[in-house]
Design a protein around this ligand. Sequence first.
Ligand SMILES: [Zn+2]
Length: 283
Amino acid sequence: MPRDNFSRRTITLLAERVGFLCSNPACGCHTVGPNRQAEKSTRIGKAAHITAAASGGPRFDVELTAGARAGITNGIWLCSNCADQIDKDVQAYSASLLHTWKANAELKMSQSIKAVYETNAGEPAHGPYLEADLVWRRSARMPGEFSDKNPGQLENGVYVVDVSGKPIIHWTLGWEMSLVIHNNSSYAAFNVSVELDTGGIETVERSTLPKVNHIQPFGQVKMTIKYMEKMESSHVEADERLARRIPDAFDNMVFKIYYFDEARKRHRTLARVAGQQILNDKA
Ligand SMILES: [Zn+2]
């Protein structure tokens, strides 16, 4: 049975489409670099077959024509280690998993060259670019009264609460976070101000930025954000809620960051909390 090998052109295309990085998301290593001999480069990458090039090989698909077997759709760029690994354990590395790796690696590379292009092409016109990050600093629970939801009984006319086990307590939960504003550009940002749209939550406290301020290129400023929440529960549930570094109540909260460039043109970044992360959108 003949092997349906990839053409040179297919091999080059597979490598280039992922920037010569291994497509295994757990690896992602470089597969090309300099050789000690000045006139040579070292390649450790392989164009691996998603379904085998010959009958009896890993994930061989009898349905494919010879052309499809040697076609670019059936190839994935991997480092030599990962290429060996996927062929030794075909149960763990199915064809559909490898297609997913390939699609994600190509998407990632496409986004990263787009970002380089946009930064290089667009920066002079766009000026400074601020992005915010919400960083957990500490959180704690402060106990209050026992809840009357605890079981109990009357003893000599006094209701005695049974607090063995996991008693239900009125807790105050508190978080302290830093809103770190990064200037991810080579342009200074002037008169930075932050407006907080809490969506009606009143127990958010924030420190203020100096009235006149600027963030130098690739510099940062920090603001402290404190938040309190009341709950009635056992300490176990309270700790579960505290385990979240960004409190649930912050979901969809928006930090509007305003700033000016050197030409006094105003810019704005909307930083929105989405679960345990913060997404930045420059307007
Ligand atoms: Zn690899």
